[in-house]
Structure formats: structure tokens, C-alpha cells
Design a protein around this ligand. Structure first.
Ligand code: ADP
Length: 618
């Protein structure tokens, strides 16, 4: 009866162990230290079961009663004990590794190798001792089965108990760092082992080791060693790492762009001052103008890199505002004419008559998109025409206007095979022909991303050597069909208008202060410059100003903190304009929300500066 029960248990454990072995080896799995140990444990467990079967089948037969048969049988019994000890060594090593991993990998790869070597040598010694020590195979009276007894078994039992104690200590030491999924199967194993060891020592005829070991293997397979879960964990880890790296890259790029903008501010600022100086000869002024142009190109590149990194980091937000499309498109045309320069190109623009008077959408992005296309047309066309057309389909039921914006040129055109590459970032086409034209190959990649982010589409038609047409389809909300009266802004700078107005400039960089002072010099302001938020607070309490220009990134007290403190001064009502190299899209809103009256980016654009001055110093 006992023999049948034992056989059934053994048979069942063989069955589920085999199933796990098949699953484990068939499935794609990752290979790391603990999975490798688990693999060895599976194989060891399988070996132990096979040996136990042989012992079972032959233990009661005349084959092993005496002579060579008996000797082989006893060696096999010792081997069985040795294999079981081997399995325990493996699980102890497994426990050690996962506890070490939980304690953030204190063992170096070299130490792990050393440990492996020591364990292997120790195991060989243990095996030799077991083989040398005598063992007895006790056949039960009823002839059902038998068990091994004697010094070899005692030695093995002592080793197994020590290994269990070691595992327990390791688990207790790492319990806070281990997650439940890792902790549970090993604790269950230890409890099962303790139960089976005590059952076995009281009733040596009940052999429980193999079934318990197989059960532990199954539990482990479905918890810590599940290849699918491990793979997901690995992927998760890789994903987190990639995200971290991407974030580091974005941070680096935006820091770098900030760092580049600050010296550029000085370069552009001073060169612009030189261009306007009466006492310089034309050649010097020409050089200064070239410096301004080159710096502006550099600025464009920095902005492009910043945009692309923001797009990739999913940090671009849609910021909708109401705008007058005619006014916006006109301002873009004004910007592109200087880019055409002296080239024999006719620039024409038409807007459909039913173009609504006021639309709502992300006008900053729309401007960037159209400006990219117009600038490209100007860059890659040597003669002929550039046509900028805006058509629309208005849907009054949904209050939307579908804009069809096209930029058509008679430029060099694009080869058919290059059209696909056009929107790839950093991809420039006909590099050899482009050498004289500045560019990074980012413009169209940004354009496409922005258009798609806004729910639109962009496409290209081009004939090599004849010209290209870029079209954008974009839906915008209609606010009003009525065309608002356009206030014609005087771009003419009236330096006399603000004479003797008091201006406070706050910036921690001396060179930036000098640039601002130089730019503001022709206005004849009464300028006070300070190098920190604290100084600004002090002086604002004793002196009244008409306008404050405040840098944002300053040590100790940044611009926003300084602004908040200023606002705490009773009766303070001086307009404060943020002045910063942080020129990321959406910054405008950010600073206005923070309480600034307006925002100017560095390098300071004269036109925008004038607008701001007019707004606050009337
Ligand atoms: P960049 O102009 O900085 O090189 P873009 O992404 O704006 O980068 O353009 C990618 C490439 O597409 C350009 O290098 C140019 O070869 C080609 N391209 C863009 N617009 C035109 C155009 N209107 N006509 C001819 N080629 C163009």
C-alpha cells in the first residue's frame, strides 16, 4: 500500500516537473544569473527523481541482494543523497543572489565568479565525502520499499539543515528590500522543507524530498521564474532606462540651448549696436551685420534642436489662442522677404476672401510651420516665383475652418526618390548642392510633427528642376467671420518718446546687463542695473521705476521669486517684464501666468522690445 502511495506521489511529481521542464526549455527566456541556477535546479531535481525511481524499482529485487548488484545499488543511494544536497546548494545560492540583488547588487561580478568556484569545489568535496561514508539501505519489513540510513545520510541531513538556516538568515536580512513575489516562494519552500524533514526523521520510510522539491520548482516557475514575467520585467527595466536616458538628453539639450543663448545674446546685442553706430565705416558695419546674421542662424539651429527634443519627449503642448489670420500671414510675408534678398524672385500671396476674420488655434505653431515652408522656398529657389496661398472651407455647423495653405516655388525641386526622406530629421537632400545653404535638416521634420500634432496633414508635389509645392491642411476653430480692424503697428523706432523714463534691469550676468544697457542706450532712459533679486527688492523700495526688466535664472533668488517679493511691497504697481534665455515655446504664457506683465527672450529682438516699451511706457 505504502509503496503504491509513494509511487503515485513520485509519479505525479515527475509528471508536473516534466511539464515545467518542457515549458521552461521551450519558451523563449532571458538568461541571467538566477534563471541559470533555476535551470540547474530543474535538471538536478529531474536527476534525483530518475535515481529514486531506479532505487524504488530495484530495491526489493534479488538483483541487489549481494555482490556487484548491491555495491552499485549502494553507490546509487549515495549519489541520490548527493544530488539532493546539490539541489539545496543551488537553492541556497539562488536565495543568496536574489537577496543580494534586492540589496542593490553588493556582490561584484568578480566576487560572484569566485563564489561560484568555491561552491563548485565544496560540492565536489561533499560528494566525495558522501561517497566515502558508509550508507545502509533499510528495506522495510513488509517489503514495500526502503530508505537510506547511516553516516552518509546524517552528513547530508546536517548540510541541508545548515543550508536552510543560511537561507532563513539571508531572507530575514533582506526582507525589507525583497518584494513579496520573491520572498513568498522561498519562505514557502523553507516551511515545506522543515515539515518534510521532520516528517522524514520521524518516519524515515516516507520519502518526501523529491515531491517537495518538484513542488517548489512549480511554485517558483509560476512566481519568480516565470519566463514571461521575467521578460516583461526586463523590458520594463529597459524601458525605464531608455526613458531616463531620453529625459537626460532632453534636459541636456534644453540646458545647452539656454547656455548657448546667453552668449549669443551678447554677440547679437553688441553687433546690432555696432551696425547702428554712426562713427563706424561701412566695412565694419557690414562685418557687424554678418555677425548678426550668422548668430541668428545659430539661434535658429538651437531652437530647432530644442523643438525636436521637445517633440520627442512629448512635451509639446497645443496652446490655443484667438488670432487674426490675415495679420499673422502678413507678418510672415514680411519676415520672408529679407530671406529672398536680392534674388530675382517674385513673392506673391493671396488669401481666400472667405477666410474668417478671427480663428482660434495654436497660432505660434502655425507661424512656425508656415515660416519653415516659406524660408525653405526662399532658400532653395534662385529665380522665378514663390506663391503663398491660403484657401479655406468654412463649416458653420461645426464652427470650423479647414485651411489649405500652400507654398509653391519655382526652385530646384526634389527628386522623386528623395521625397520620402524629406521629413526625416537631420536628413538633408542633395547635400553637395546644399553646401552654400544653411540648414540642419530639422525644419521639415519639425513642420510635419507640428502639423500632425495639431491634427493636420502636410504633403509635397515636386518636379526636379522645376519647383515644389508644399501643402498643409489644418482645421481651426472659427471665432468670428468679421475681419477686425488691423492696427498698423509702427515699426519705426521713436527713440525720443521715452526720454528720462526710469528702467530697472535685473540680471546676474554682467555681460547681459551691459548688452541690455547698450540696446537701451539710444532711448535715453534713466537706467539702473542690479545683479540680483535681493538688490532689486532693495532699490525698488527706495526708488520708483516705470519698468522693470527681470532675468529669470538667477542664483539664490530667481526672477519669479523676486517678482513675488516685489508685489508684496505696498503700493507696488510697476510693470515687470521677464527677460530670459528660456525661449521654449509656451514660455510666453508661462511667465504671464507667473505674474509677469510681458516676456522678452534673449537675444533681445528690437522689434519686440519696442512693442513692449510702447505698451508700458506710453
Ligand atoms: P534644411 O532646410 O535645414 O536643410 P529641412 O528639413 O527644412 O532642412 O529640409 C530638408 C531638405 O529638403 C533640404 O535640405 C532640401 O534639400 C529639401 N527641401 C526643402 N524644401 C525645399 C524646397 N522648397 N525646394 C527644394 N528642396 C527643398
Amino acid at each position: 500500500m505504502l509503496k503504491v502511495a509513494q509511487m503515485v506521489i513520485l509519479f505525479m511529481s515527475t509528471l508536473y516537473l516534466s511539464l515545467i521542464v518542457v515549458l521552461f526549455f521551450v519558451k523563449k527566456r532571458i538568461s541571467n544569473d538566477d534563471t541559470e541556477i533555476y535551470k540547474k535546479m530543474l535538471i538536478t531535481n529531474l536527476n534525483a527523481i530518475i535515481i529514486e525511481f531506479i532505487l524504488y524499482m530495484t530495491g526489493n529485487t534479488s538483483l541487489v541482494k549481494e555482490g556487484l548488484g548491491l555495491s552499485i545499488f549502494l553507490i546509487l543511494s549515495k549519489l541520490f543523497v548527493g544530488v539532493i544536497v546539490g539541489w539545496f546548494i543551488l537553492i541556497a545560492k539562488y536565495t543568496l543572489l536574489i537577496c543580494d540583488k534586492a540589496r542593490s547588487n553588493k556582490l561584484s561580478t568578480q566576487n560572484k565568479k569566485k563564489l561560484n568556484r568555491i561552491i563548485n569545489i565544496a560540492y565536489i568535496i561533499v560528494l566525495i565525502i558522501i561517497l566515502l561514508l558508509p550508507v545502509e539501505f533499510i528495506l522495510l519489513d513488509n517489503g514495500a520499499t526502503g530508505y537510506t540510513q547511516g553516516p552518509a545520510t546524517m552528513f547530508a541531513a546536517a548540510l541541508i539543515i545548515s543550508l536552510c538556516v543560511f537561507m532563513l538568515i539571508e531572507l530575514i536580512r533582506a526582507r525589507k528590500k525583497l518584494n513579496r513575489k520573491e520572498f513568498t516562494p522561498i519562505i514557502i519552500l523553507l516551511i515545506l522543507m522543515m515539515i518534510s524533514t521532520s516528517v522524514q526523521s520521524a518516519n524515515p520510510q516516507i520519502l518526501l524530498f523529491n515531491p517537495v522539491m518538484a513542488l517548489v520548482m512549480v511554485i517558483m516557475y509560476f512566481t519568480i521564474e516565470n519566463p514571461d514575467v521575467k521578460m516583461i520585467e526586463q523590458l520594463d527595466m529597459a524601458k525605464t532606462q531608455a526613458e531616463k536616458a531620453n529625459k537626460a538628453k532632453t534636459d541636456f539639450l534644453s540646458n545647452m540651448s539656454h547656455e548657448i543663448r546667453t552668449p549669443l545674446n551678447a554677440i547679437v546685442g553688441f553687433s546690432e549696436c555696432l551696425v547702428e553706430r554712426e562713427d563706424l565705416n561701412d566695412e565694419t558695419k557690414e562685418f557687424a551685420k554678418d555677425i548678426v546674421d550668422a548668430s541668428n542662424n545659430l539661434l535658429e539651429i538651437v531652437n530647432g534642436i530644442l523643438d525636436i527634443s521637445k517633440i520627442e519627449a512629448n512635451k509639446m503642448e497645443i496652446i490655443s489662442k484667438e488670432y487674426n489670420p490675415r495679420e499673422v500671414f502678413n507678418s510672415l510675408c514680411k519676415l520672408v522677404i529679407p530671406r529672398i534678398g536680392e534674388k530675382p524672385i517674385q513673392f506673391k500671396y493671396t488669401y481666400s476672401e472667405d477666410l474668417p476674420g478671427v480663428l482660434k488655434g495654436d497660432v505660434a505653431k502655425l507661424k512656425q510651420i508656415i515660416l519653415n515652408l516659406l524660408t525653405n522656398a526662399a532658400k532653395y529657389t534662385d529665380e522665378g516665383e514663390i506663391n503663398f496661398n491660403v484657401n479655406c472651407i468654412n463649416r458653420m455647423d461645426t464652427n470650423t475652418s479647414l485651411l489649405y495653405i500652400s507654398v509653391k516655388d519655382t526652385g530646384r525641386g526634389i527628386k522623386k526618390e528623395n521625397i520620402e526622406k524629406l521629413f526625416n530629421k537631420f536628413e538633408r537632400i542633395d547635400e553637395d548642392r546644399n553646401t552654400t545653404i544653411e540648414g540642419t535638416g530639422l525644419g521639415l521634420a519639425i513642420t510635419k510633427s507640428l502639423v500632425e500634432m495639431m491634427g493636420g496633414r502636410v504633403n509635397v508635389f515636386s518636379k526636379f528642376g522645376e519647383g515644389s509645392t508644399f501643402r498643409i491642411y489644418l482645421e481651426q476653430e472659427i471665432v468670428s467671420m468679421e475681419i477686425p480692424e488691423v492696427k498698423t503697428e509702427e515699426i519705426e523706432i521713436d527713440y525720443k518718446a521715452f526720454e528720462n523714463k526710469k528702467i530697472l534691469i535685473v540680471d546676474d550676468s554682467k555681460i547681459n546687463l551691459k548688452v541690455a544697457e547698450q540696446i537701451l542706450k539710444p532711448y535715453n532712459f534713466d537706467i539702473v542695473s542690479v545683479e540680483s533679486g535681493m538688490e532689486a527688492l532693495e532699490i525698488a523700495q527706495s526708488k520708483t521705476f516705470d519698468l522693470i526688466l527681470m532675468d529669470i535664472m538667477m542664483p539664490k533668488m530667481n526672477g519669479i521669486e523676486a517678482l513675488n517679493k516685489l508685489k508684496e511691497i505696498p503700493g507696488f504697481n510697476v510693470p515687470v517684464v521677464a527677460l530670459t534665455a528660456d525661449a521654449i515655446e509656451g514660455t510666453d504664457e508661462k511667465y504671464k501666468n507667473a505674474g509677469f506683465d510681458d516676456y522678452l527672450s534673449k537675444p533681445i529682438d528690437r522689434y519686440l522690445l519696442n512693442k513692449v516699451l510702447k505698451k508700458f511706457l506710453k
